[in-house]
Design a protein around this ligand. Structure first.
Ligand code: MOS
Length: 713
């Protein structure tokens, strides 16, 4: 039965193929192309949160040195695609950049200045004076809960009896608040556009060049041969580049107007208002259990903010439907439209938000029951997916619990809060779990083997940081039986074969399958040409066959997609996050002193980059739990901490030793490599692990993130 063992490179801790380019500065990010005749755009942000622009005075700015044009709603070129979608599905006017005089949120662009240098554009932008008719605005989620509406997505859910937790002998009923968090990648969003006749070439920060190309095609009514999008290196995105934003459209528009290439780089402050964020969410959890810890019912109600011009739904309730085997589950979801920019998927969208609430509430239940939190999770372990009533394609969460407990030193934890001390520091241990759908989308790869034996693969996927090309080289190396240094992988170019966006932890599963299948198709072609059987064919023969056929190269384009696995199995990745915290008994300072993330994500293609990705997600979890919060001054409807001095992302001093452990057992169903996906579960569940550890250390339950010292003393 056992297959013949062959030495595989899968899993090898391989250095990034583009690592040297990145650390030496040779990697060219989209704002770094030196294009002849380049001009520079700067956006002028509006200063009210709701109302109408009554006048816009651009005279002084137009007279400033080097200014080429100033675009406002009064003179913006009409875009065919914008006309078609002037009214949103909810009957309200759609927000379209420079599409009208209405202001929907503070920071909305009211003008774009294009000049011959960045400095001159910045100076001229400061001279643009807009005047407004202000309307009353709403930016506070708490103050506007009465305006909550049911969105068209994110339907309510019922399994078993309604609110059954209320009938249980032991109950937890609590409310958890997660503030607005901003993606905050190091690389600012930026776009460069240049027209050549009726064809436009765009360099932009994107998580999917095909999707960006399609948006530009739709907006400017162009065919795909007229729109070329490049996004080869991306300095982090976390979901913020999963859509084509108005500033990108504005840049393409401006380049057409001035007839020269235009580059736009947002400011850090503009990053807070123009490119999405995780919406502030209030979650009410009701848990009911028997005295021995069997869940009777879960109720999960969420309220999250959205903009007044778009519906954004945060899938925060999803996780409560399937993570634990409760017979009764009720979820309700509402959004509150506010005068804020549009939210966007961010770092484990939905599940990270929801896991914070449910994993905190479960921890609260464990103290009420006086049951160890891991034992409580095991008691309610879902062997099958209770939402869809299907078997899991693979699930090793039990193994994650036991490995993590051992590595963090769970046996040193006391079930009595505040019982363990190290000097002036209170010591606590916490656990939180992550779960996220394992997806496989359609993708196509083009593979070429040259007569010199080098292999090149192309696909229009993205790499926002995880090391996509490196994983793809390993997958191709394994399938072809060739050394990795003979294989190159190119991405981030809309002219390459189709791939979805890099989002939802799906790239290795989707693009990796295409690379795998294309590699096998290439081998098959080599067998056909040479008449060799599979056992006769060896990598040493590849170039001989091509030469015998008098070919310069051999090339195959191969599409790949899954079948109906999703209707037979529930496919998820799982993680169990553990941490040990110190809380200073006098100052309330919280230090995460150790973190362990144990991950069931199927086969791991590259232990080095996968480990880095897990560490990155854990750092994001530290941000969620301890530092990140975008704060509005509701009087003006404006962020008061829209910069990195006041919006705190974790820095090195906040980050402890983080150990990532992979179960590394293949998923037998999802794709030929056996992978599931790690991007989202790296963060999902880590914030509640910290919150639970802080409670274990102090006996104080902080239900409003982030846990800052003032909330503990
Ligand atoms: Mo992610 S939020 O799927 O970029």
């Amino acid at each position: 039965m056992e297959k013949e063992l062959k030495k595989s490179v899968i899993g090898e801790p391989m250095d990034r193929v583009d690592g040297r380019l990145k650390v030496t500065g040779a990697a060219t990010y989209s704002a770094e192309f030196n294009i002849p005749n380049l001009t520079y755009a700067v956006l002028v942000s509006g200063t009210i949160a709701s109302g109408t622009i009554t006048a816009i005075d651009t005279r002084a700015a137009e007279r400033a040195p080097g200014v080429l044009t100033i675009i406002t709603h009064l003179n913006a070129p009409q875009l065919a695609g914008y006309q078609a979608s002037a009214i949103a599905a909810n009957g309200k006017p759609n927000y379209r950049v420079f599409g009208g005089d209405k202001i929907f949120f503070n920071g909305q662009p009211v003008a774009m200045v294009v000049a011959d240098t960045f400095e001159r554009a910045t100076y001229a932008a400061s001279l643009v004076k807009a005047t407004y008719q202000k309307d009353e605005h709403k930016t506070s989620l708490e103050d506007n809960l009465a305006n909550a509406i049911s969105p068209s997505r994110g339907k309510d859910y019922q399994r078993g009896a309604i609110d059954a937790y209320k009938t249980a002998p032991v109950q937890v009923e609590q409310t958890y608040m997660l503030p607005t968090e901003v993606h905050s990648p190091m690389e600012l969003h930026n776009t460069t556009a240049m027209w050549d006749g009726d064809k436009v070439t765009v360099y932009t920060k994107s998580q999917g060049v095909k999707a960006t190309q399609q948006s530009i095609m739709n907006t400017f009514k162009l065919t795909d041969d007229k729109v070329q999008v490049n996004s080869r290196f991306v300095g982090g995105a976390f979901g913020s580049a999963l859509r084509t934003w108005p500033h990108e459209i504005a840049t393409v528009m401006a380049a057409k107007k001035v007839g020269r290439p235009v580059k736009l780089l947002l400011t850090r402050e503009q990053q807070f208002t123009m490119v999405g964020y995780r919406p502030k969410t209030i979650q009410k959890i009701g848990l009911g259990a028997t005295a021995d810890g069997q869940l009777v019912g879960i109720t999960h109600e969420s309220y999250s903010q959205s903009s007044v011009f778009e519906e954004f739904t945060e899938g925060s309730n999803n996780v409560s439907r399937f993570l634990y085997a409760s017979p009764n589950v009720t979820t309700r979801y509402k959004i509150i439209p506010l005068n804020v920019g549009a939210p966007a998927p961010m770092r484990g969208p939905g599940e990270a938000t929801g896991a914070y609430a449910i994993e905190s509430a479960l921890d609260e239940l464990s103290y009420k029951l006086n049951i160890d939190p891991i034992a409580l999770r095991l008691k309610n372990y879902a062997e099958n997916d209770p939402e869809r009533n299907l078997p899991y394609s693979s699930k090793y969460l039990k193994e994650c619990y036991s490995i993590g407990a051992e590595k963090i030193g769970w046996s040193n934890r006391s079930q009595t809060p505040g019982a363990v001390k190290e000097g002036d520091w209170l010591v606590g241990y916490g656990i939180g779990c992550g779960v996220f759908g394992a997806h496989r989308g359609r993708a196509t790869a083009k593979i070429r083997i040259n007569a010199d034996g080098n292999v090149n693969i192309q696909c229009a996927t993205a790499d926002i940081g995880p090391g996509t090309a490196t994983s793809m080289v390993l997958i191709a190396s394994d399938a072809l039986g060739m050394p990795t240094d003979k294989i190159t992988f190119e991405l981030g170019n809309s002219a390459f074969p189709q791939a979805g966006q890099q989002g939802g932890s799906s790239t290795v599963s989707s693009v990796g399958s295409a690379v795998h299948d294309a590699s096998l198709a290439l081998k098959k072609k080599l067998m056909e040409l040479s008449g060799k059987t599979e056992s006769d064919l060896s990598p040493g023969n590849y170039t001989d066959i091509i030469k015998q056929q008098n070919l310069p190269y051999l090339e195959i384009t191969q599409g790949s997609q899954g079948g109906d696995e999703g209707s037979k199995y529930s496919m998820y990745s799982f993680s169990a996050h553990f941490c040990k915290v110190h809380v200073h008994s006098v100052t309330g300072q919280v230090k995460v002193v150790k973190a362990v993330a144990v991950v069931d994500a199927g086969t791991i293609i590259n232990h080095k980059t996968a480990g880095s990705q897990m560490i990155g997600g854990v750092v994001g979890g530290i941000g969620m739990a301890l530092t990140e919060e975008a704060l509005f001054d509701d009087r003006y409807g404006r962020y008061i901490n829209g910069n990195f001095a006041d919006y705190h992302v974790p820095v090195h001093a906040d980050v402890p030793d983080i150990e990532a452990v992979f179960i590394d057992k293949p998923d037998p169903v999802l794709n030929p490599m056996g992978t599931k996906g790690i991007g989202e579960i790296s963060i999902i569940g880590f914030a509640p692990a910290i919150a639970n550890a802080v409670y274990n250390a102090t006996g104080k339950r902080v239900r409003e993130m982030p846990i800052t010292p003032d909330k503990l003393i």
